[in-house]
Design a protein around this ligand. Structure first.
Ligand code: PNW
Length: 466
């Protein structure tokens, strides 16, 4: 059996708004997601995260389930508005207490906390009073909030992720308007992204200036699909490269090279803001590791300004800026999100990152899939999810053998939860959640993951004991 390196980190992941519930108790302020969910038509079935998995009250039970699986690490996010109800100023001690208890419980279970500071649930007050991420001042508010978290939790938390997927915030939140705050524009995404990058860098600067004695690491998690050239033509190869740069290099180039890709500057002109020299200085080198969320692969082909409508749930970005047409191979299986299952795309993307950014330590901070799971006789036989994880983890193993410094892998998600605009229809969990009773049931995939962790290998097949 091929093994992962001894110190490989096996983890699972969640985010605050998707699991916590307790939306307005114990002093929590409203977030833009609380508010966005009240707009008719935005969320499937008009669902909200008001209750979600009620993790706020069930976190001990959830940590026990993680312990049962043998995970070494758990990635969760802090709801900014739970610890700072209006996003700035006053601190809500009950919110601090919740995360403090959660962290203590994890450590007691031998599970390392990996904490995301921002997984999209911006305090509503910052949206209404300050214009959210369109305002550069947001970077300072974020740095102050980050400082609070380092100060209160940094004695126990050694792994920090500033932002989750600024691409999603920018494109789905400010471009397509399908996520909070629901804006529709072809220029605001580039402005919001600009401020997100500066906010990330400022938070990292605070950590490095004031908290070195905590001996932790800090980075950012970006999402990216793989883009495979549709044909061998030079034009399609360049189209795939452009698509990857618009997706990932948009955020990773500033962090690793100090500025946006030239290609984006040329194409976007004045719609792409410029960093000042002092901003470049704090941005370059501002991630101790490369956090990657990866879900799927698409073909990319050159287009001469004529965009084909893609039927798949839109993750192309602002495609008219890229001159790229995306498509799927008919032979590829797709998940309930219509995202294609293509493990080799994951390996290619890891190698692309390894090369472009000079062999950084990489953590896959999310990878997973949604399927229409069903409980039969108290069990959930999600063989497709088992196959998905096995396929992607094998691809990871191959990438490591070929020299990629992949140090860990977090399955999305620990349990079924509020899947944003899709509500509760799209189940990504290793654990099934009955949203009526809130009961959790480990799926077959959770049992597979447990064995894979035990064997430290993706070649695990022995899970017939459910
Ligand atoms: C990520 N896209 O979201 C998030 O980090 C999770 O909170 C979420 O539950 C998970 O993936 C599954 O969706 C994404 O359109 C949402 O490319 C949309 C896209 C990518 C990631």
């Amino acid at each position: 059996m091929k093994k992962f390196p001894e110190d490989f980190i096996w983890g699972t992941a969640t985010s605050s708004y998707q699991i916590e519930g307790a939306a307005n108790i114990d002093g929590k302020g409203p977030s833009i997601w609380d508010s966005f969910c009240t707009i008719p038509g935005k969320i499937a079935q008009g669902e909200t995260g008001n209750l979600a998995c009620d993790h706020y009250h069930k976190f001990k039970e959830d940590i026990q389930l993680m312990k049962d699986m043998g995970v070494k690490a758990y990635r969760f996010s802090i709801a900014w508005a739970r610890v700072m109800p209006t996003g700035k100023g006053e601190v809500n001690e009950k919110g601090i207490q919740f995360y403090s208890d959660l962290i203590d419980e994890l450590l007691k279970a031998g599970i390392e906390p990996w904490v995301t500071l921002y997984h999209w649930d911006l305090p509503l007050a910052l949206q209404l009073e300050e214009d959210g991420w369109l305002n550069k001042d947001m970077a300072n508010y974020f740095a102050e909030y980050a400082n609070l978290c380092f100060d209160r939790f940094g004695d126990r938390v050694k792994n920090w992720i500033t932002l989750n997927e600024p691409w999603v915030v920018s494109i789905l939140g400010y471009g397509q308007g399908v996520f909070a705050p629901g804006r529709n524009s072809n220029s605001e995404p580039y402005l919001a992204a600009h401020h997100l990058i500066i906010a990330h860098a400022k938070a990292v600067a605070v950590y490095r200036e004031k908290y070195t004695h905590q001996n932790g690491q800090i980075g950012i998690s970006n999402n990216c699909d793989w883009r495979e050239p549709l044909t061998n033509s030079e034009q399609d190869k360049q189209a795939a490269q452009r698509a990857l740069e618009f997706f990932l290099a948009w955020f990773a180039d500033p962090v690793y090279k100090g500025d946006y890709p030239n290609m984006m500057k040329e194409k976007l002109k004045e719609r792409l803001p410029e960093f000042s020299e002092s901003e470049k200085k704090i941005i370059k080198g501002s991630s101790d590791f490369f956090g990657l969320n990866h879900y799927t692969t698409m073909y990319a082909a050159h287009s001469d300004g004529q965009q084909e409508e893609i039927s798949v749930h839109g993750n192309g970005g602002i495609s008219e800026d890229q001159d790229v047409n995306l498509s799927l191979d008919k032979s590829w299986d797709v998940t309930l999100m219509d995202w294609a299952v293509v493990p080799w795309g994951c390996k290619k993307l890891l190698k692309w990152i390894d090369e472009r950014y000079d062999q950084p330590n990489i953590y896959i901070t999310e990878n997973g899939c949604a399927y229409p799971d069903q409980v039969v006789d108290g069990k959930v036989d999600d063989q497709k999810r088992v196959d998905f994880y096995q396929g992607y983890l094998k691809a990871c193993q191959e990438a490591i053998e070929e020299g990629v410094k992949l140090k860990g892998y977090f399955a999305w998600s620990f349990m079924d939860n509020f899947e944003w605009a899709s509500g509760y229809e799209k189940r990504f969990g290793l654990h099934y959640v009955d949203f009526e009773t809130l009961e959790r049931i480990p799926k077959k995939s959770a049992l597979w993951f447990k064995e894979a962790i035990k064997n430290n290998s993706a070649e695990t097949n022995n899970i017939n004991k459910q």
